[in-house]
Ligand binder design. Structure first.
Ligand SMILES: *[C@@H]1O[C@H](CO)[C@@H](O)[C@H](O)[C@H]1NC(C)=O
Ligand SMILES: *[C@@H]1O[C@H](CO)[C@@H](O)[C@H](O)[C@H]1NC(C)=O
Ligand SMILES: *[C@@H]1O[C@H](CO)[C@@H](O)[C@H](O)[C@H]1NC(C)=O
Ligand SMILES: CC(=O)N[C@H]1CO[C@H](CO)[C@@H](O)[C@@H]1O
Length: 501
């Protein structure tokens, strides 16, 4: 129940030590790639609390296939703290979503309605407080990553995992100082597929003697896509548990579908499911507690924030000093359409040219500014293309099936895993993650109980043997660190340290 923030508030730190901690004395040695150090950022006037690096790793010379990373050195103890890779999902979404809106080192304050660049302020709840963190844009074609050979934009789970593994081996060659640190892989949403498939490549690499040898310890998945059946069956019990459908509707749909909703096999079940869809239709799918805006109002929402309804302006307000992001109307992921084997529509293919429900204004302005791109050692738009939050440039095939067999292999091999879930997300509801973790059949070693932030219940957790932990975050939507930054840093810190949640 310790508050990671409390320690720094309550314990006076001797001035000398403070200087040592904050002066970036942990500089990378000669091996750090030339020109990767980020020395200033447009919109940020302060002093970097730790070193930042950015650049490309070429994973296929012939094709000119290059993956972009932004690396934030830990503000704690860089030589001991874990190295964590962060991946956003989509497929097709940039990991700058995590950097800008979730747990990156800065809060981005909008420059206002006239299109000026955002101002950057330090984020007190950055995951770089306790870890060295790599934000990777993957696969090629996503975010700032690209390939000169466009055939690379036809890809899938297995190719992506193999490319990201190649990236990691080369990255650790560039930053050998970090090879001995414990290494973890993390991500959210469709990264529920990226994380276990990459973890499995890494584990096999270690077994087959791939060099350098990564000190891989485990992985973390937030509101992650996992399995057709478990994810597809999750919505109905979620809607009932949250009070969104009546007991009668629940009984009717349960009887008609015989408790199996993911692939309705009779018309009666179809009919009952449509009734459920209908009553959920106007909710915000990413967080059922947040308001939601519908046509025609949605078209009136312009960049000028003072034209927005006041309830909309409060959307996305969190404990971070700045509201991080506003999400507009709810319907993005079709209900009861869990990710199936085969072609996965990218976000833009599902709706408009932008990701529905998502205001990505500050990230879009900043990452398309040539001075900002140059500062973070990204190629200009003329070479790498414009930055978009989620691209439709790639054609993506879900070719790895259910993730459960991956989780089983990885946990049996001794890798630790944390499966966390914002419990008010209806996009990948916690009911699915709770059900599949429980279905592994592992013995419960820490029975369902609240976990705390300060003296408040922050959610619930259940621990299993083989170091598999399931955890909910109370009142959080789809992107947990965005909605609950303090609580997210707390469980992240505790889990990485191996202490009790
Ligand atoms: C945009 O607005 C900001 C603050 O409202 C102001 O400081 C800045 O000068 C304006 N920029 C332009 C280009 O008008
Ligand atoms: C792109 O890659 C494909 C597959 O490796 C290859 O057949 C093709 O020749 C390449 N195209 C170019 C322009 O290099
Ligand atoms: C799991 O491990 C078994 C036995 O080593 C192996 O045959 C299988 O391919 C693995 N599956 C995955 C998805 O890694
Ligand atoms: C670090 C950690 O929690 N290790 C545990 C992993 O799981 C095994 C078996 O369930 C335990 O013996 C370890 O203590």
């Amino acid at each position: 129940m310790t508050d990671p923030m409390a320690t720094s508030r309550c314990c006076p730190i001797p001035l000398g030590l403070l200087l040592l901690l904050s002066s970036g004395l942990f500089s990378l040695s000669s091996a750090a790639p030339d020109g990767a150090l980020i020395t200033s950022l447009p919109g940020f006037d302060g002093r970097f609390p730790s070193d930042h690096y950015g650049g490309y790793v070429t994973i296929d010379e012939d094709h000119g296939k290059k993956l972009y990373y932004y690396f934030v050195v830990s503000e704690g103890n860089p030589s001991k703290d874990p190295v964590v890779l962060w991946l956003n999902g989509g497929p097709g979404c940039s990991s700058f979503d995590g950097f800008v809106y979730e747990h990156g080192p800065f809060n981005f304050e909008s420059g206002g309605s006239n299109g000026s660049l955002p101002k950057l302020h330090l984020n007190l709840y950055s995951w770089s407080k306790v870890s060295n963190i790599i934000y990777l844009d993957s696969p090629a074609g996503v975010g700032l990553s690209y390939s000169k050979n466009k055939t690379d934009y036809i890809t899938g789970d297995l190719q992506t995992a193999s490319d990201s593994h190649k990236f990691l081996l080369k990255w650790f060659e560039l930053y050998p100082e970090f090879l001995a640190n414990p290494f973890y892989i993390s991500g959210e949403s469709y990264a529920g597929v990226y994380v276990p498939t990459l973890a499995s490549e890494v584990a096999r690499g270690i077994e087959s003697g791939a060099k350098p040898t990564l000190n891989f310890k485990g992985y973390m998945v937030g509101n992650g896509v996992t399995d057709d059946v478990f994810d597809g069956d999750a919505l109905v019990p979620f809607a009932f548990g949250m009070g969104l459908i009546s007991s009668q509707m629940y009984q009717a749909v349960k009887t008609a579908c015989q408790g199996s909703y993911w692939n309705p096999s009779n018309s009666n079940c179809e009919t009952e499911l449509s009734k459920v869809d209908k009553v959920l239709d106007d909710l915000n799918i990413y967080d059922i507690l947040e308001p939601c805006y519908h046509s025609p109002e949605i078209r009136e929402v312009t960049l000028s924030s003072n034209k927005l309804p006041s309830s909309f302006r409060r959307l996305g307000e969190t404990d971070r000093p700045l509201p991080v992001r506003k999400r507009m109307f709810g319907r993005a992921w079709p209900y009861r359409a869990p990710v199936r084997e085969g072609h996965v529509p990218t976000w833009p293919e599902l709706g408009s040219s932008n990701v529905p429900c998502t205001d990505d204004e500050v990230a879009t302005l900043w990452l398309n500014d040539e001075a900002a791109r140059s500062a973070i050692h990204a190629d200009p738009a003329s070479v790498a293309g414009p930055w978009v939050l989620c691209t439709s440039k790639i054609s993506f095939n879900h070719d790895s099936g259910s993730m459960i067999k991956y989780h089983r292999n990885l946990t049996i091999k001794g890798y630790r895993s944390l499966i966390f879930s914002g419990d008010h997300d209806m996009c990948v509801p916690y009911t699915g993650s709770e059900a599949w973790t429980s279905s592994m059949g592992y013995q419960i070693v820490d029975e369902w109980r609240p976990w705390y932030f300060g003296d408040q219940v922050a959610g619930y957790t259940q621990g299993y043997e083989h170091n598999l932990t399931f955890l909910t975050v109370k009142g959080s939507g789809h992107t947990v660190p965005e909605y609950k930054p303090k609580e997210a840093l707390a469980f992240y810190t505790r889990w990485l340290a191996g202490s009790s949640l």
